[in-house]
Design a protein around this ligand. Structure first.
Ligand code: AMP
Ligand code: ZN
Length: 397
């Protein structure tokens, strides 16, 4: 059958070639099942793994070296690859698969494509090498085993994910690849920055001029006068241009440094708006009113409109609209409470008071009589009594 000789026909075509040696050739797979998929074939006519024995071990070593060279030439990390043989190959000529483990490819179309690379049907290079060393041959799998392995559920090669649908698996694999790409981009960025910083540190010409060599900041250069002095000490002859360059690091470095004093904002103490005139302070209309004018923005109680249930603030919190100074600021307990709150309280207390009035009146009268009778002196700690107390103890009209 001609299609089985497709590899033999194409392995000599220059458009497929990646690297070659006397003993073998690495070519691109015509229907790659991953982002990177290469095949390494011997130039000698070796039909398949089933004819291999110990004598082929050096040749296998050469195929492996070609695989590494091909990956290196493509500029892809070797760790991203799996390298091995199909236990049930379909095409003639022994061929080593060198395939990246992302398995992101439109050519990955069937369950067989997945399982022949991700079950025991894929024989890693090291495994075959050891088996040849030990047994001097590699035997075909029984047909039933091949069938069983091909029918295995689709399990992700990078996590526990399993699915019966190849489409689901492919979407999942694409996610893995996307995440890895993002990570790779981030680490490349970091590497570049580190490299840039290391290069700056290793600038030996600059080092003698740095007055802060122990410092971690390689960009902090000495002032010009210091440079001139050190220049003389080190017997260095610096041109004016060089001097300027050394005192002004490149723009990309400047961006990572704090602002120099002559670039600093003119009014560092004001982080908000700038004055519109050139004077040393803000004009009055630009003052930020963050202190409290009495009567205007003193503490206000809960809204007049929303008054469900008991107010959210304790009595001590309220500062009357006319309070001066505010109880909040002076730490003095307020002498008045909001009008509506007082009204509510009055209404609530009205009934109570009327009940108490009679009783209180009697109590007061009894007390007065007692005082008169005993001619007692005025007590030292007379309770001051608040508004409620006064209301509650007030004599009836
Ligand atoms: P297998 O025989 O199962 O180990 O795999 C044969 C591999 O060769 C598959 O990955 C195919 O995509 C690939 N292939 C088929 N025809 C060609 C060709 N003409 N040139 C290069 N690769 C091919
Ligand atoms: Zn996964």
């Amino acid at each position: 059958m001609d299609w089985q000789n497709g590899l033999i026909r194409d392995m000599v075509k220059p458009e497929y070639l990646i690297v070659s040696s006397e003993l073998g050739v690495a070519i691109a797979d015509k229907f790659p099942k991953a982002m990177h998929h290469y095949l390494v074939l011997p130039t000698a006519d070796i039909p398949s793994i089933f004819v291999l024995n110990r004598s082929h071990l050096p040749l296998l070593g050469e195929l492996y070296r070609l695989a590494r060279n091909a990956v290196e030439k493509k500029g892809v990390p070797w760790e991203d690859f799996q390298v091995g043989f199909h236990a049930e190959p379909s095409l003639h000529r022994l061929h080593l698969h060198v395939i990246s483990t992302d398995f992101v490819s439109p050519s990955l179309k069937t369950k067989k494509h997945w399982n022949c690379h991700n079950t025991e049907l894929f024989v890693p290079y090291e495994k075959l090498y050891k088996q040849l060393e030990k047994d001097n041959c590699f035997s075909r799998f029984p047909k039933s085993l091949v069938k069983e392995l091909l029918a295995k559920p689709l399990v992700c090669n990078q996590c526990e994910f399993a699915s019966d649908s190849l489409l689901n698996l492919k979407t999942h694999l694409l996610n893995h690849w996307q995440c890895k790409e993002d990570e790779r981009k981030e680490s490349t960025k970091l590497d570049n920055i580190t490299k840039m910083m290391n290069e700056a540190k290793l600038d030996t010409k600059m080092m003698p001029l740095c007055h802060n060599q122990g410092s971690k900041n390689p960009f902090q250069l000495p002032p010009k006068q210091q440079a001139v002095k050190e220049c003389a000490n080190h017997k260095l002859d610096l041109s004016t241009t060089e001097m300027i360059q050394r005192n002004n690091p490149p723009f990309n470095f400047q961006a990572m440094n704090p602002l120099k004093s002559n670039n600093a904002p003119r009014y560092p103490q004001h982080h908000g708006s700038r004055p519109i005139w050139n004077g040393p302070s803000f004009p009055p209309f630009q003052h930020q009113i963050n202190y409290r004018y009495p009567m205007l923005n003193g503490f206000r109680g809960p809204s007049n409109i929303i008054q469900h249930g008991f107010p959210h603030y304790p009595n001590q919190t309220f500062v009357g609209p006319g309070a001066w100074p505010s109880g909040q600021q002076s730490g003095v307990r307020s002498k008045s409470i909001p009008r509506n709150y007082q009204q509510n309280q009055n209404q609530q207390n009205a009934q109570q008071n009327s009940n108490l009035q009679h009783l209180t009146h009697n109590v007061n009268r009894n007390q007065q009589n007692k005082n008169q009778n005993k001619k007692a002196t005025k007590p030292i700690n007379q309770p001051s009594g608040n508004l409620h107390d006064q209301e509650a103890t007030a004599p009836p009209p």
